[in-house]
Design a protein around this ligand. Structure first.
Ligand code: 2RA
Length: 321
């Protein structure tokens, strides 16, 4: 049994971590919820008990074992180190530590085994990246990956609670333009190289998790007017010829994936049906006739669950093991 903290307990990811800890009966002897001053005194129900939110402060980590962080990178930077000093292992949702050497970046089904006993800060990958890793890992193992092209259709919940209000009301508080009835080829900030940070996260994190530092990857990340569920179209060039039936087998029921791929019956992955679910839905699997050894697939998952909170709790389960 562990003494567990959820820091950033009031946000979309933090509150989903709390429900998933409860659902999966995580072995907890004591739980504490931390947030900013504004939320102090509010209560969150956990296993029938009302627990008061406390202010995020370094001393709150004393005597605890494990902390789930759903904080901004700037806060993660400070408080993950404070937690580590106090012997608390941290599963961090922010991008701050992800690409640092020596910080494991984990999708449990794929590279959970690389976590060492003395790793105190473990990073949870970016949501749109997480859902692409299981299918790519399966393809890499069997055929080898030559090149990957990601095109995303990302839901508004990826930007937090306020963005959901923008979608509902047609306002533009979070994004530079309204997202209602619109599509923005812009997620996170633009960089000197013309890509957005989100695109570079997909490129760099995919290489790190799969352990292929020179993998050819490119990405275009796009915000769409959907509340929950990220979609990614993946075009993959493999090193060897493949059989479509075999590819389906690699995905079907493996590593948290569910095949939704019967186009003649209008069966394909969709955000509406991925919402609130733990699985990664894969479909529209077809040969790319324009290139040798290439295929297309469409991958959908609940960005707040497998894309963030569920993956974090699964990492926590590995740490408890
Ligand atoms: C997004 N990937 O969807 C981000 C959330 N971390 O905006």
């Amino acid at each position: 049994m562990k003494k567990v903290i959820v820091a950033g307990a009031t946000g979309l990811v933090g509150s989903t971590i709390i429900s998933i800890l409860e659902e999966r009966n995580f072995p907890i002897s004591e739980i504490k919820f931390l947030a900013s001053k504004n939320s102090v005194g509010e209560k969150i129900k956990f296993k029938g008990k009302e627990i008061e939110i406390r202010e995020l402060k370094a001393s709150e980590f004393d005597g605890f074992d494990l902390a789930f962080f759903a904080l901004d990178g700037s806060l993660s930077k400070i408080f993950a180190e404070e937690a580590k000093k106090r012997g608390v292992r941290v599963v961090d949702n922010s991008s701050y530590f992800r690409m640092k050497d020596g910080t494991p970046l984990i999708v449990p089904e794929v590279n959970g085994k690389i976590i060492k006993d003395d790793d105190y800060i473990i990073s949870n990958p970016n949501c749109s990246t997480i859902q692409c890793i299981a299918p790519l890992y399966q393809l890499e193992k069997k055929y080898g990956l030559e090149r990957v092209v990601f095109s995303t259709y990302q839901s508004v919940s990826g930007s937090g609670k306020e963005a959901l209000l923008d979608l509902e009301n047609g306002t533009s508080e979070v994004y530079p333009y309204p997202i209602k009835d619109n599509i923005l080829p812009h997620i996170d900030t633009f960089l000197e190289n013309g890509y957005t940070k989100e695109e570079m996260k997909m490129i760099e994190e995919t290489r790190k998790i799969l352990g292929i530092s020179d993998l050819k990857v490119t990405a275009t990340t796009v915000r769409v007017p959907v509340s929950y569920g990220h979609c990614v179209s993946i075009n993959v060039e493999l090193k060897k010829p493949f059989d479509l039936g075999e590819v389906r087998e690699l995905f079907d029921g493996k590593l948290g994936m569910v095949l939704k791929d019967s186009p003649k019956d209008n069966i394909y992955p969709q955000p509406l049906y991925a919402r609130g679910r733990d699985e990664i839905f894969v479909g529209r699997i077809r040969r790319d006739f324009s290139r040798e050894n290439s295929l297309n697939l469409f991958v959908v998952s609940d960005n707040i669950r497998k894309g963030a909170a569920l993956n974090a709790v699964q990492i926590g389960e590995l740490l408890v093991d």
